[in-house]
Design a protein around this ligand. Structure first.
Ligand SMILES: Nc1ncnc2c1ncn2[C@@H]1O[C@H](COP(=O)(O)OP(=O)(O)OP(=O)(O)O)[C@@H](O)[C@H]1O
Ligand SMILES: Cc1ncc(C[n+]2csc(CCOP(=O)(O)O)c2C)c(N)n1
Ligand SMILES: [Mg+2]
Length: 327
């Protein structure tokens, strides 16, 4: 469907032109031109609401906020990186239900003196991440704020029953898919004013959630699932609490990539496994499976489920950091 047309300011964006220079409706036009519409979209950006074709009997919905200074810093990541991450963390929540994201809306607050190019690059990064799963940005909102705030809502579909947090049972195994701990290593490095190991900094800037692993786990009979946004142990605790079980993580089964060893040593000999146990931002998936299930590609067993409550590491309650909390 046609969008309210305005000249694309990206074509002749003066270097340093701000949001205030471009104006709200020209900005919206420039943003939406970066969002291709999939065949599930009947009405995309441009009307009072989007209209979507729904193929399955249920819609999976999630929403996530990103606040400048809290979730990202403009001096630590490019606009495109922030766009990729804003999309990734939302798509990941659909992945964690065993679903596939189809459509997203994106609300943006930004200062009037923000460079317009930042917003357009953000939009391009966001669109490029959505393209990885074939999802479309179908609408949004734009308003003035004192800092950049991004509020995204994602809709998705599951072909089999959604995998909830509450289905883990005694005897199941705990498994992980995707990188875990890398982003926390990158964040630690940036926090100390460094830019390397580059692979960790890049993992923080632009996570690579295992998008195929969620639906594959659902197909393989996963009994519970969650994505790791706050920290591995705190997310395992959500599974344990929701399912009414005890979950033990075997630290020897956790993959600790070489650069994390280097960072841990540089930080004065901290335990590199700590990044993996309590780090967030990678959006790895955690799931439980029946012990006799064939784990899909990309999944590795890291623990077990028993009767009881709470989370243990190698059989003992771990004191200290388990993950990020806001309050
Ligand atoms: N303000 C709110 N109003 C209604 N429900 C909320 C609110 N905040 C959180 N929830 C619900 O609480 C549950 C847990 O929220 P949370 O934000 O921790 O989700 P998450 O997927 O674990 O983490 P992340 O935000 O990192 O994706 C979700 O089902 C969410 O929809
Ligand atoms: C600049 C900067 N400082 C710290 C962090 C770490 N961090 C912030 S919020 C969060 C949990 C997920 O948030 P939510 O639960 O709101 O989705 C994590 C791990 C970051 N990403 N950037
Ligand atoms: Mg989640």
């Amino acid at each position: 469907m046609a969008t309210d047309q305005h000249p694309d300011p990206a074509a002749a964006l003066e270097p340093g032109a701000t949001l205030g220079d471009i104006g709200e409706f020209a900005l919206i036009s420039a943003l939406t031109q970066r969002f291709p519409q999939g065949e599930q979209v009947l009405i995309g950006p441009g009307d009072d609401a989007a209209v979507l074709r729904v193929r399955t009997g249920h819609v999976v919905v999630s929403t996530d906020l990103m606040v400048e200074g809290r979730h990202f810093r403009r001096d630590w990541a490019s606009a495109a990186d922030v766009g990729h991450r804003a999309a990734a963390q939302n798509i990941s929540d659909i992945n964690a239900m065993g679903g596939t994201a189809t459509s997203l809306t994106i609300g943006i607050a930004a200062p009037v003196d923000l460079e317009a190019q930042w917003l357009l690059d953000f939009a391009q990064g966001f669109a490029d991440e959505c393209a990885l799963v074939g999802a479309s940005v179908v609408g949004g909102d734009l308003t003035r704020g004192d800092q950049v705030v991004v509020a995204v809502t994602v809709l998705g579909a599951c072909t089999v029953a959604p995998v909830v947090r509450s289905g883990a049972g005694p005897g199941d195994v705990l498994a992980v898919a995707g990188r875990q701990g890398w982003a926390a290593g990158g964040l630690a490095v940036l926090g100390r004013g460094f830019r390397s190991p580059r692979v960790l900094v890049e993992a923080y800037r632009r996570p690579e959630p295992p998008y195929a692993a969620g639906p594959a786990a659902a197909d393989a009979g996963a009994t519970s699932m969650i994505d790791v946004s706050d920290g591995l142990l705190s997310e395992v605790a959500h599974l344990a609490t929701a399912s009414g079980v005890r979950i033990d993580v075997r630290s020897a089964d956790l993959e600790v990539p070489e650069p994390l060893h280097a960072v841990a040593a540089a930080l004065g000999g901290v335990d590199p496994v700590g990044f993996v146990l309590s780090g967030g931002d990678d959006h790895a998936l955690l799931a439980t499976f029946p012990a006799d299930a064939d784990l899909p590609e990309g999944w590795a067993v890291i623990g077990s489920v028993a009767e009881g409550e709470g989370v243990t590491v190698d059989g003992a309650v771990r004191t200290g950091d388990t993950g990020w909390t806001h309050f």
